[in-house]
Write a protein that binds this ligand. Structure first.
Ligand code: NAD
Length: 486
């Protein structure tokens, strides 16, 4: 049973009026237990607590306290790592296999520790050349970096822990206070962090507040409150646009990590058979990853043969019960998401793409919100399934004429989050990489991920970068000061 209570002002609290809602396991459709159903009033209390903590405690000015607290939180989470693993599998429906990588262990290794280390090394100030700009005497000048204030952190359900800690680490290291709003479908990993903060760290009351709610719109308190200085959001592009609009009322900066429709470009000199034999890997976590390359670009002359190789890969993919370590794919997070994905598959067929395999609800799984690993070939890049983010286990194979055409197709997208390129010639792959308008790229299987690696999107995939120096700097304000030279 997970933690029911939220963390507000340093206390573990129930929602206003004791309201709760069910946390449901997407693989079994069973109710796991209850969690607080926070209201707008609860969110307002959390914002007030974060504001007060920022304005009245030494959090923003005491780097040693921040470092110590981040290390305490790291230790506390590690001590419950196996419980958290089971909880993530149960509430997210992610295969346990993925918890040994991006869903849990990979972020836990670095997401809090790297920012904690960087507190000392971050360039908090720099000197400018002394100047006499108005003929009134020479002035010494410095540029200072300072915390931005209260940050509203809004998290989605697909990698909820990974995304929460990759925001919490930098937000806290840079001296900010925050309110974290978990996604309605995946609340317990967030309330667990709240409990650990309250019970196992010296983080002053109000510095971190954790609010959960079945109502998405409780998040609007964060985006519109004049007491919140910035929003850090990961989620869909449509919600990101709404958040940006709401934040404009108080001129809050927004940091948006949004959707993706990335290209996996197999250049003509690549090991195309080898790449296609592993094509079903994109169904990891049922395709519920913003950076998964869901458009596979290959020479059009290789399409027929390539579709057969990829088909075999899709049909041999282990999927089903997410607690089974041999499965790479579990269910979608909710019945609503499954409907959405099935709707896209119908649209793909209607628009003329060739359904190679999958396309429906698996007959051998009688419970859980599963969709078969689904492969489309001969997809037109302008069609709906190639342009919109499906967020399900659906791969679109798209043929290109030559390298120039491949680059054009990869860039012909409203998104620009990630992608991969394969070629026998690294220089050629890098030259192509330079021309792809996305925030991250893997070449020949290389993995760019890390707490020190900026991650984020071009175009409709977002604004700003999470992680890396850029991901620390984004949670700071800049102050320029001058004084007469002695
Ligand atoms: P979503 O946009 O529906 O919700 C994300 C979060 O925003 C949830 O906590 C939700 O409750 C909250 N929210 C919804 N409406 C809000 C509003 N008006 N004001 C404030 N908060 C609001 O996204 P989702 O369906 O939970 O997540 C899937 C999406 O997230 C996909 O599009 C995926 O690509 C994207 N994603 C992006 C990244 C990235 O780093 N770029 C990472 C993971 C997921």
């Amino acid at each position: 049973m997970g933690e029911l209570r939220m963390l507000i002002g340093g206390k573990l609290v129930e929602a206003e009026g004791g309201r709760t809602y069910d946390n449901v396991n997407p693989a079994t459709e069973e109710v796991l237990g209850q969690v607080a159903d926070g209201t707008a009033a609860d969110m307002a209390a959390a914002v007030a607590a974060a504001r007060e903590a920022f304005d009245t405690t030494s959090w923003s000015t005491d780097p040693d306290l921040r470092r110590r607290c981040l290390l305490q939180l790291q230790e506390a989470i590690e001590s419950e790592q196996e419980d958290l693993r089971a909880e993530l599998v149960a509430e997210v429906g992610c295969p346990v296999l993925t918890t040994y990588g991006p869903q849990l262990d990979a972020p836990l290794r670095e997401a809090l520790l790297w920012p904690a280390e960087m507190i000392e090394r971050f360039p908090w100030s720099r000197s400018l050349e002394p100047k006499d700009p108005f003929g009134m005497g020479v002035t010494e000048r410095e540029v200072w970096k300072e915390p931005i204030g209260v940050v509203g952190v809004i998290v989605p359900w697909n990698f909820p822990f990974e995304i929460a800690v990759n925001k919490l680490g930098p937000v806290l290291a840079m001296g900010n206070t925050c309110v974290v709003k978990a996604a309605p479908d995946t609340p317990w990993n967030a309330t667990r962090i709240g409990r650990l903060i309250a019970e196992r760290t010296d983080i002053p009351p109000g510095v971190v507040n954790i609010v959960v709610s079945s109502d998405h719109l409780v998040g609007e308190v964060l985006t519109t409150s004049p007491d919140v200085d910035m929003i850090a959001f990961t989620g869909s592009t449509a919600t990101g646009q709404r958040i940006m609009q709401a934040a404009s009322q108080t001129l809050k900066p927004v940091f948006l990590e949004l959707g993706g429709k990335s290209a996996n470009i197999l250049l003509d000199d690549a090991d195309i058979e080898g790449a296609l034999a592993g094509a079903a890997g994109m169904c990891m976590h049922a395709g519920q990853g913003c950076a998964i390359p869901t458009r596979l670009l290959l020479p059009e002359s290789r399409m027929a043969e390539g579709a057969e190789i990829a088909k075999a890969s899709f049909e041999s993919l282990g999927y089903g019960d997410p607690t089974d370590p041999s499965n790479l794919m579990g269910p979608l997070v909710s019945a609503k998401q499954r409907e959405r994905v099935l709707g896209y598959i119908e649209k793909g067929k209607a628009e003329g793409a060739r359904l190679v395999t999958g396309g429906g609800i698996p007959s051998h799984l009688d419970r859980g919100w599963y969709v078969e690993p689904t492969l489309f070939a001969d997809v037109d890049n302008r069609s709906t399934i190639a342009q919109e983010e499906i967020f399900g286990p659906v791969l679109c194979m798209i043929g290109y004429r030559d390298e120039e055409d491949a680059i054009r197709i990869a860039n012909e997208s409203r998104y620009g989050l990630s992608g991969t390129i394969s070629s026998a010639d690294l220089d050629r792959a890098k030259a192509v990489a330079r021309r792809i308008r996305t925030g991250t790229l893997g070449i020949n299987g290389g993995i760019w991920y890390g707490a020190d690696a900026p991650f984020g999107g071009y175009k409709g995939s977002g604004i700003g970068r999470q992680c890396g120096l850029e991901g620390l700097e984004i949670f700071t304000q800049t102050k320029t000061v001058g004084w007469p030279q002695a």
